[in-house]
Design a protein around this ligand. Sequence first.
Ligand SMILES: Nc1ncnc2c1ncn2[C@@H]1O[C@H](COP(=O)(O)OP(=O)(O)OP(=O)(O)O)[C@@H](O)[C@H]1O
Length: 285
Amino acid sequence: MSLPESSVVPVVPAPAPQQPATTAVPEPIVLAARNLRVFYGTSLALKDINIEIPRQQITALIGPSGCGKSTLLRCFNRMNDLIPGAKMEGEVQFDGENITEPGTDPVALRRRIGMVFQKPNPFPKSVYQNVAWGARINGYRGDMDELVERSLRRAALWDEVKNKLHRSGLELSGGQQQRLCIARTLAVEPEVILMDEPCSALDPISTARVEDLMDDLKDEYTIVIVTHNMQQARRVSDLTACLMLDETAKDGHRTGVIAEFSATDLLFTNPKDPRTEAYITGRIG
Ligand SMILES: Nc1ncnc2c1ncn2[C@@H]1O[C@H](COP(=O)(O)OP(=O)(O)OP(=O)(O)O)[C@@H](O)[C@H]1O
């Protein structure tokens, strides 16, 4: 039955309920450096490094070549320990624990803080073995097939490799190899993923896939990425630290410092430090 026109009551939207004023709750800090200095031999590579990395966010480290981005990244899982002559002073905290203390087991630490490198570096083994490797040496007792599939799905690679799990990982394209390395890292179930220029060896399409993947992964993981590509930092990261060479060093040493650390949008639209502005506008290379 149709209603007479006069009985149709116009729908007036109910007033929106008053929203309480909210302030964004900052994510808890998962990694922090406090008064960190890093030496290679007698050469001071980084000084006065103070930074707090929030959980489940993407933090980008940018800055000119040689300012210490990769050095800082490697401090977070003690990868610098593997470089003869490298030494850290100050504190690096992971979940509130100072991981520079001699009591920290770097191997156990690297299980919780995984790393993806610039150049995809799968082992010369099958796709399956590449993913299973870390879990196996850590004594994983669950269903390995399930873990391999889950890790490859999480790395957005499953559909491309599900029919070639037992082919060499080296037969994949560069972009697929990098996602395989990410799957290998995820299979160890880390909390943090450090990425050192993960796209610099990839074409634009593969780069876009890795960037999309990073965006997906931040629901579960904290990501710290070193990138030379400022557009990439802008696209993917929530926070950006801009490192610079310290202009006050008089002894000829090239020492990196953090010039500015803030929300990515802010850093790129309204940099507070003239060195950041010079870098992001291309005046410092
Ligand atoms: N293994 C090493 N041994 C000695 N010095 C090193 C080593 N690795 C880096 N350095 C020095 O430490 C400084 C910082 O290097 P690092 O690679 O961390 O900078 P970066 O900002 O990541 O550079 P790039 O953008 O060119 O990769 C540089 O002066 C570099 O020469």
